[in-house]
Every structure is written in structure tokens, then in C-alpha cells.
Design a protein around this ligand. Structure first.
Ligand code: NAD
Ligand code: ZN
Length: 403
């Protein structure tokens, strides 16, 4: 008998692949009129006519480079056969403020509309990881995606956040709650921006390099170890090498890891990040992302050690390196409400938030040796609490020595 209630027709199977390609360039003084990189990028596609462009500039970069806006205008004027600059570079607040304030996305969308920025135009974001995340988000939701070029200006944005495929803002007081996976048209890392970074931001990006070295590349870990004093003295070549290798490892993971848009649960590049994201939020973004990542790594290697995965020598080497790099291993938020017996308002709530953010099964990356990550799907709360107490005790003994 025919089932009329659940009548079925043959499903139409739909399948296609879309190729993505973009370059990460390394250059210097990219707005000097005789530097052709940006001009060439905007004219590289075989479409006739000029390209409309909208520049969005991190206010922190603007303050450190007060002539930059004028330089951009002069560059676009000199190349006006190719670039149609729609308005002077738009300033937005720098840092996490730009991701915490949805009205900035609204503001950019209005500017995109007002200046007739279409799917064949370009939005060029210049700034730290936070501003680039927010600008990328606005660019990828307007008209279902406008080409965006990223010009990262911090170590972290040049070696990690600016070179990847993710764009986001914070929402419901949760990190990266709203966002898109959408690769940029191109990325231009201009080393000349790095000289004006605050020491905290010069250092913060090193933690992402340490992260990727710990899960993928022992040789890179050794390079970081050998260059601690060079980073401390702001030696540019050492930092350029760190940025380059870190960017390569991230890019290779995205293109070769089999999951560029993170549809599976495993997220190795988020090593140390479940705690980092929660700490950023708990500290009301007093902590930079990179600083929180350093603590997150310290916590997860301590956990890996206490759970018998990571040998003591390797654990100590990592902890010593994090400290030598100038990062803290502990902030009070780490142990806030930790002994209450409930996860709420404690860092441990970050585990469930991380699972929700990934979707599906909990998957946390740990390491069993330097240069080798592995996934675990359960966290022992008691052992994690013990790990936090270990870091706290270590921090207190260091403080006592300094007094
Ligand atoms: N999309 C991703 O895949 C991804 C990956 C990692 C991190 N992130 C995000 O990146 C953000 C952190 O980025 P960040 O570490 O670059 O910090 P940031 O963007 O918060 O910038 C830190 C400060 O540096 C200032 N600044 C930027 N460039 C400067 C320069 N050249 N000279 C002087 N001051 C300058 C900014 O105005 C800001 O005050 C976080 O929101 C994090 O979630 C995103
Ligand atoms: Zn990160």
C-alpha cells in the first residue's frame, strides 16, 4: 500500500567544490607611492575600470602613524587610474572595543551603502586582529560578501589572525559569537607597522607562535627558545622570522588540514584557547588575546603533565619559556570561584562554552611532547582545578622572591 502521508520523491543530490586562493605578501612601507603592491592587487582582476575602495583604519594605528591617512589618500590619488577612493580612511576604535560594539558593524554597513561599495569593490582593513575581525565581518555580510584585503599591523594579526579565514565580533558577552568563514582577497604584512607597537602587543603575538610550535613543530619551538633576548630587544629580523614561520604553519593547517571552515570538532589551532577566551571575557578584556593564550597554554600543558601525558622536563621547559618571554602564567581570574563546586562564574565554564562554540563533541588539544598535539574529549575537573592551583602556587612563589 502506498504511504500517502510520507510521500517521497528521489532526493536531488547537490555537490560542488569551490576553490579559494589568496596570497599573504610581506612588504614594507606599502603606502609609499612607488610601492606597486596594493595597486597591482586592485588591478589584478581582468575587469575594466577602476575599483572602488573603502579603507578602514584602526585608531591605535592612526595615533601611532598620524600621517597614514594622508599617505593613503595620496597613494590612491597617484594611482587613481586604478583606485577609486570613495572617502578618506574611516577610523574605528582599536582593540577589543571594536569587536564588542555592534554599532561599529552597523556604521560600516551604512558607509558601504552610502559609498556604493559593491561586490566588485574592495574593503581594506588596516589594524590589529580585533579591527580586522570586525571589518572582515562587516565586509562578508554586506551584499553577501565584498572582497576584503587585510593589512595587519600587530605581530598577532600578521602571524595568525589576519592570515586566516575567520571574521567575527563578540556578542552576548561571548568571544566570536557572530562571525563568518570567508577568506580575504589578499593579506599584506608590512613590517614597518611593528615598530610602533606597545611592548605588550609586540610580545602578545609570540604566544600564537609558541602555540603552533608546541602542537606542530619542535624546531620552531627551539628557534623561539633561542631568540628570547632578540625579541626582548625588539630585533626586527628575529620577529620577522617568527611571523613568517607562524603564518606558514597556520596557512598550511588551513589549506592542508582537511577542515578549512572548521566543520569538524577538532580545532588544534585553538590549543590553549578554551581558557584564553574565557579569561579575556572574565578580565573584561583587560588581558590581550595573546596574553590570555599564554596563560591558556601554561594551564593546558600543566594539565597534560599532571594527567601523565607530558613528561616533567618538557613541561618545565615550556613554563620557563613562557615566563622568559615576559608573559604571566597566572592572573586572579584564573582561580576565581574555582573551589565553589560549580562551574558558573569560573574559568571552568569556558570548557562548556568552547564545546558549544565548536559544536558537537568536546575536543581539546593537548600535547604529549614538544611539537606534537593530540585531541582529548574529556576534561577531569579535579585535575584541571589542581593545574590552576599549581600555576597559582608557582606565581606566588615568584612574587615572594621578587619582594
Ligand atoms: N580571526 C582569527 O582567526 C583570529 C585568530 C586569533 C586572534 N583573533 C583575534 O585577534 C584579536 C587580537 O588582536 P591583536 O593581538 O592584534 O590585538 P588588538 O587588535 O586588540 O590590538 C591591540 C592594540 O594595538 C593597537 N595597534 C594595532 N596596531 C598598532 C601599531 N602598528 N602600532 C601601535 N598600536 C597598534 C590597537 O589599536 C590596539 O589598541 C582578538 O580579538 C582575537 O580574538 C582572531
Ligand atoms: Zn588565538
Amino acid at each position: 500500500m502506498q504511504d500517502t502521508k510520507h510521500k517521497k520523491m528521489k532526493a536531488i543530490s547537490q555537490e560542488f567544490t569551490a576553490k579559494f586562493q589568496y596570497d599573504v605578501f610581506f612588504s614594507q612601507n606599502i603606502f609609499q607611492i612607488d610601492n606597486p603592491l596594493l595597486r597591482d592587487l586592485l588591478s589584478s582582476e581582468n575587469t575594466e575600470g577602476k575599483r572602488k575602495a573603502l579603507f578602514v583604519l584602526d585608531n591605535g594605528v592612526h595615533e601611532a602613524h598620524p600621517d597614514l591617512q594622508k599617505q593613503i589618500v595620496a597613494y590612491c590619488f597617484a594611482h587613481s587610474d586604478v583606485i577609486d577612493l570613495r572617502t578618506v580612511p574611516i577610523l574605528v576604535p582599536g582593540g577589543e572595543k571594536s569587536k564588542n560594539d555592534y554599532s561599529l558593524v552597523d556604521y560600516l554597513l551604512k558607509e558601504i551603502d552610502e559609498f556604493g561599495i559593491c561586490r566588485h569593490s574592495y574593503i581594506v582593513g588596516i589594524g590589529g586582529g580585533a579591527v580586522l575581525d570586525m571589518v572582515g565581518f562587516a565586509a562578508t555580510i554586506a551584499h553577501r560578501g565584498i572582497r576584503h584585503i587585510r593589512i595587519p599591523t600587530t605581530v598577532l594579526a600578521q602571524n595568525d589572525s589576519g592570515v586566516g579565514v575567520k571574521n567575527s565580533i563578540n556578542f552576548f558577552n561571548k568571544k566570536n559569537f557572530l562571525g563568518t568563514f570567508s577568506p580575504p582577497q589578499a593579506v599584506i604584512n608590512d613590517v614597518s607597522f611593528l615598530s610602533t607597537l606597545h611592548p605588550r602587543d609586540w610580545r602578545a603575538g609570540i604566544s600564537e607562535a609558541l602555540k603552533v610550535a608546541l602542537i606542530k613543530d619542535e624546531g620552531f619551538f627551539r628557534e623561539i627558545q633561542a631568540n628570547v633576548s632578540n625579541y626582548e630587544q625588539r630585533e626586527s629580523h628575529a620577529m620577522e622570522s617568527l611571523i613568517y614561520k607562524c603564518a606558514v604553519l597556520h596557512l598550511n593547517h588551513i589549506s592542508g588540514g582537511g577542515d578549512p571552515f572548521e566543520r569538524d570538532s577538532a580545532r588544534p589551532l585553538d590549543f590553549g584557547h578554551w581558557a584564553a577566551h574565557k579569561l579575556e571575557q572574565m578580565s573584561n578584556y583587560r588581558l590581550r588575546h595573546g596574553e590570555a593564550v599564554a596563560i591558556g597554554i601554561a594551564l593546558d600543558v600543566t594539565y597534560a603533565h599532571l594527567s601523565g601525558l607530558l613528561p616533567e622536563d618538557a613541561w618545565k621547559e615550556i613554563i620557563v619559556l613562557i615566563e622568559e618571554l615576559g608573559f604571566r602564567l597566572y592572573v586572579p581570574e584564573l582561580s576565581q570561584n574555582i573551589d565553589n563546586g560549580s562551574d558558573s562564574d569560573s574559568i571552568l565554564a569556558g570548557i562548556e562554552e568552547f564545546r558549544e562554540h565548536l559544536g558537537g563533541q568536546l575536543s581539546i588539544t593537548l600535547i604529549d611532547r614538544i611539537g606534537h598535539g593530540l585531541e582529548v574529549h574529556e576534561i577531569d575537573r579535579r585535575l584541571m582545578t589542581q593545574s590552576i592551583h599549581t600555576l597559582k602556587a608557582h606565581h606566588e612563589s615568584l612574587m615572594a622572591l621578587e619582594e
